[in-house]
Design a protein around this ligand. Structure first.
Ligand code: ARG
Length: 471
């Protein structure tokens, strides 16, 4: 084997191997470059493991204390950036153990007793997820709160609601904003729900089958603040459905932000003119002096592609993997970290954009007040006077067709129609239609007033649930 030997220290498996690892192997298989950020979790996991080993008498109190002191020193070095990584540090687990052994000598060499990097890395990632997903949920709550505040301040402002991107019926701006707010609330619920399954400690599963040593996985789970320990060691190190689930929850947040972003892209066009972005949340063009671009909204849209890629890519990684741990699982971290980082940044930017955007109510309302927007109200007026809806639809549809063919304003045609007349024509006046959206959960002022209260209540409940979930 002529390959350059990469390790300056010894590989973890040096006893079994005559030669050291090739540089190309280390370059290809290392995960330190991205799992470094797990160091607080790796140290917490090691602290719990060491306490567990002492608890069952595998380490003496003196050994425990010397390893704990070394772990504390490592944490300090990691925290202040003075930790010196060496070439043989393949991943964060290897790096921490190597340094602990340097610091604590023979006691340090006992750190990995009864443990494998398989249960160790699975534990680290779960612990990391518990913390980071709660942070994401907190950020979603902030965006929901901004949407609520803007909805409350929007008063009676209304705009066209669309189906098929065609103007359909007028809706209150508050109603439109809260529609995004409710979707984001489900994202929070999904994250909290996923956390239930994430909150299980794999520590003590060993490489795959547990240990001949009298380990106490319940003890270490409790030390680490996990709600439970694993039930099956093969499953503990051999499953990543919780990662896939979190990736889905994050991707769904991204898609919801993308959809909200797309509306801001549309609303800020000259063609729509429903909204103007604050200078701090828009970009200019390097060439076209007049431009003001909605880059945050576009990137929320664009980056959802990469989030979908993280999710589908990881599902493909998992597919067909036999039990239990396979090195393929090292690939869980980059998509997960990327998804959390991207969603975190997106939430900050979108929240700022939504908070600072200026609405253009005249443009919104002018678009919503096109006469044909009240067509359904006219049909329903006929229904209330006993006409079957299908017939009413045809009567009004005919008037709309004649109006569009240039026979007159819809109002005049309604006045002249024997079934409708002047009373019905009042429905065509600006601002009337939105008032008539009166049913529960509907888009008019009455139900929206109720909805605002309910949304605020729901937000309080979610906020308490997220706060209680700081696991
Ligand atoms: N860095 C690895 C990971 O993230 C650690 C586990 C390696 N285990 C092993 N048996 N080679 O999965």
């Amino acid at each position: 084997m002529s390959a350059e030997q990469a390790n300056t220290g010894k590989a973890l498996w040096h006893g079994r191997f005559e030669g050291g690892p090739a540089a190309e192997l280390m370059a290809y298989t290392e995960s330190l470059s991205f799992d470094k950020r797990l160091w607080p979790d790796d140290i917490a996991g090691s602290v719990a493991h060491v306490q567990g080993l002492a608890h069952v008498g595998i380490l003496t109190e003196a050994e425990r204390d010397s390893v704990l002191a070394a772990l504390e020193r490592v944490a300090q070095e990691m925290g202040d950036g003075s930790f010196a990584f060496v070439e043989s540090d393949e991943d964060i687990h290897t790096a921490v153990e190597r340094r602990v052994t340097e610091l604590a000598g023979p006691a340090g060499a006992k750190l990995h007793t009864g443990r494998s990097r398989n249960d160790q890395s699975a534990t680290d990632v779960r612990r990391w997820m518990k913390r980071e997903l709660v942070r994401i949920a907190e950020r979603i709550l902030v965006l929901q709160d901004v949407l609520l505040q803007r909805a409350e301040a929007a008063g009676g402002t209304y705009l066209p609601g669309y189906t098929h991107m065609q103007r359909a019926q007028p809706v209150l701006l508050a109603h439109h904003l809260l529609a995004h707010g409710w979707a984001l609330g489900r994202d929070v619920e999904r994250i909290l729900d996923a956390l239930e399954r994430i909150d299980v400690s794999p520590l003590g599963a060993g490489a795959l089958a547990g240990s001949s040593l009298p380990l106490d996985p319940d003890f270490t789970a409790a030390q680490l603040g996990f709600a439970a320990r694993f039930e099956n060691s093969l499953d503990a190190v051999g499953s990543r459905d919780h990662v896939a689930e979190a990736l889905f929850a994050l991707t769904m947040v991204g898609i919801n932000l993308s959809r909200l972003g797309e509306e801001f892209v549309l609303w800020t066009t000259e063609e729509f003119g429903f909204a103007k972005l604050d200078d701090g949340y828009a970009t200019g063009s390097s060439m076209l002096p007049q431009k003001k671009n909605p880059d945050i909204a576009e990137l929320a849209r664009g980056k959802s592609g990469r989030l979908i890629g993280n999710l589908t890519g990881f599902l493909a990684t998992m597919k067909g993997l036999p039990l239990s741990y396979n090195r393929d699982y090292q690939e869980d971290k980059e998509p997960l970290f990327d998804a959390v980082d991207q969603i975190s940044l997106a939430l900050g930017a979108i929240t700022g954009m939504v908070a600072t955007t200026t609405w253009m109510p005249e443009r919104m309302q002018a678009a919503a007040d096109s006469e044909t927007g009240s067509a359904t109200d006219l049909a329903e007026w006929l229904v209330q006077r006993g006409m079957p809806f299908r017939d009413a639809h045809a009567v009004v549809g005919t008037l709309v067709r004649r109006h569009l063919a240039g026979e007159g304003t819809l109002r005049d045609l309604v006045v002249a129609d024997p079934a409708l007349g002047a009373e019905a024509a009042a429905l065509v006046a600006p601002g009337v239609s939105v008032q008539r959206r009166t049913t529960p959960g509907g888009a008019g002022p009455k139900p929206v007033a109720v909805q605002l209260v309910r949304f605020r209540e729901r937000l309080t409940v979610l906020r308490a649930a997220v706060a209680a979930d700081v696991r």
